[in-house]
Design a protein around this ligand. Structure first.
Ligand SMILES: CC(C)(COP(=O)(O)OP(=O)(O)OC[C@H]1O[C@@H](n2cnc3c(N)ncnc32)[C@H](O)[C@@H]1OP(=O)(O)O)[C@@H](O)C(=O)NCCC(=O)NCCS
Length: 157
């Protein structure tokens, strides 16, 4: 397990792109690090891919070494939330394996919630995969309640 002296939660910068892309690939392996890097570069250069506000927070453990990230944006509505106002939405949340269970995920999430509050939100929402029990335990430990469970279908036409 990595020693974590001081963790600094900050907004991601363009110079973080390569490290971020590798973490995105670990979280969302359907796309390669190179594909993630292209999308991240647009966001970090301030050329957002959506019209709603979106930020990427990183956990910097010193010398610009990243231990994790969290991507949060605004959605116009989210399951179980008041539809009359936008909701902060946790789109991606990842801490590198050797840094887990040290409070870094909690710090990233707290910073995301502060950002959502600053955008006028009174609720924040998230989702995870049905078989990701750790993520479910962590969400619950940090005050998130289950509002829905979905089964997704497809059919070739
Ligand atoms: C989910 C994740 C980001 C949590 O990061 P983390 O830095 O390990 O989380 P923290 O150490 O801040 O823990 C936060 C809380 O969750 C609890 N928790 C952490 N890991 C846990 C585990 N494996 N089982 C049960 N509870 C756990 C902690 O006890 C803590 O609560 P406490 O402060 O009351 O003790 C990390 O496990 C991860 O990256 N997982 C893989 C990617 C993923 O599943 N992302 C979420 C879905 S998008």
């Amino acid at each position: 397990m990595a020693y974590v002296p001081d963790i600094f939660i900050r907004r991601a910068q363009l110079s973080d792109c390569d490290q971020l892309a590798r973490m995105c690939e670990a979280l969302w392996p359907d796309a390669s690090a190179e594909q993630h890097a292209r999308e991240l570069a647009l966001i970090l250069e301030g050329k957002p891919v959506t019209t709603l506000p979106l930020i990427i927070l990183v956990a910097d453990v010193g010398d610009r070494m990243l231990a994790g990230f969290l991507e949060v944006d605004l959605r116009s509505h989210a399951d179980g939330c008041n539809p009359s106002r936008p909701v902060g939405y946790i789109e991606g949340w990842y801490v590198a394996e050797s840094y887990r269970t040290r409070g870094i995920g909690r710090k990233l999430l707290a910073a995301a919630e502060d950002w959502a509050r600053s955008q006028g939100c009174i609720e924040v929402a998230s989702d995870t995969w049905i078989d990701n029990e750790v993520s479910q335990r962590v969400h619950e430990a940090l005050g998130y309640e289950v509002v829905d469970r979905c089964v997704h279908y497809r059919k070739t036409l």
